[in-house]
Design a protein around this ligand. Structure first.
Ligand code: SAM
Length: 263
């Protein structure tokens, strides 16, 4: 367990500054749930990065950052608790949120966290990226996050998708199952994330998919974790992608983005 009772107590002040808690560490349910999500996400991040050399700077991207709760927590954890040099780039096309967070970071003397009011697809960097992460980035933002990760050869891509409005599915053999709304959404998530995982595998990543937090804290709790290996491990990823995509008549936006780069 990474987040000990002592660390959690230390974090109470940060959560107060982020308006996730009041001075007595109380908060409404929606905010308690967000705290649990970001703490669980931080545990996964640190589990994947704790073995990297402490002598070098970590560079992270938060894609579809919104209120940037996760990034403020990650920054605080590495900078103040782990005493590591860290740089975080938060991207969100919501200019108002990015400017508010920029001011908050300045007030907290968080000098190495940057806010980019742009579409994820328009962000680029020459830096070596250790990690790109997204939490509940809506719709095609999940695809754009993965694309940015692949394009920048990020070592690790972590993604938890949200709504999937732009993806449609025309199932053949699952017709009877997907007429029930709950199952339709679950299958949509399962197939779309599997297709994305196969595209990541084709692009030299090793992928696994798991629940990052209890479903008590969000139903959208499926995390795709991709770790760059630098070689195509599974030669049949393309074949599997074609079969699945054809069966469900589904194409995630990531396919289109990758095709455009290949041109
Ligand atoms: C549901 S919020 C999640 C915010 C935050 N990650 C969290 O978990 O609290 C999704 C955010 O993604 C941003 N977003 C969606 N598509 C985007 C895109 N293409 N480029 C930049 N930001 C995007 C929205 O503006 C919104 O702030």
């Amino acid at each position: 367990m990474l987040i000990t009772k002592e660390i959690k107590e230390e974090l109470n002040h940060l959560f107060f500054l982020l308006k996730l808690q009041d001075r007595n560490s109380n908060s409404p349910l929606s905010k308690q749930v967000k705290i649990e999500q970001v703490l669980a996400y931080l545990e996964i991040i640190h589990a994947n990065l704790r073995k990297t050399s402490k002598r070098r700077k970590l560079v992270f991207i938060d894609s579809g950052a919104g209120n940037c709760y996760l990034s403020f927590l990650v920054y605080y954890f590495y900078h103040k608790i782990e005493n590591r040099e860290i740089e975080i780039h938060c991207i969100d096309y919501n200019k108002r949120l990015m400017h508010l967070n920029e001011k908050l970071a300045a007030d907290m003397n968080f000098n190495n966290i940057f806010f980019h009011p742009v579409d994820i697809i328009d962000f680029s960097t020459d830096q070596k990226i250790d990690l790109i992460y997204s939490l509940h980035a809506c719709d095609t933002a999940t695809d754009k996050t993965m694309y940015l990760g692949i394009k920048s050869k990020a070592k690790i891509i972590l993604s938890v998708a949200c709504c999937q409005h732009s993806i449609s599915m025309k199932p053949t053999s699952f017709k009877i199952v997907v007429r029930y709304k709950s199952f339709r959404e679950k299958i949509l998530m399962m197939i779309s994330d599997t297709l994305r995982a196969l595209l990541l595998e084709k692009n030299e990543y090793k992928v696994d998919i798991f629940d990052f937090v209890s479903s008590r804290y969000t139903e959208k709790n499926t995390m795709v974790r991709a770790i760059r290996t630098g070689f195509k491990k599974r030669i049949d990823a393309k074949k599997e992608y074609d079969i699945l995509s054809k069966e469900f008549k589904m194409k995630p936006y990531l396919e289109k983005l990758l095709l455009e780069t290949d041109k």
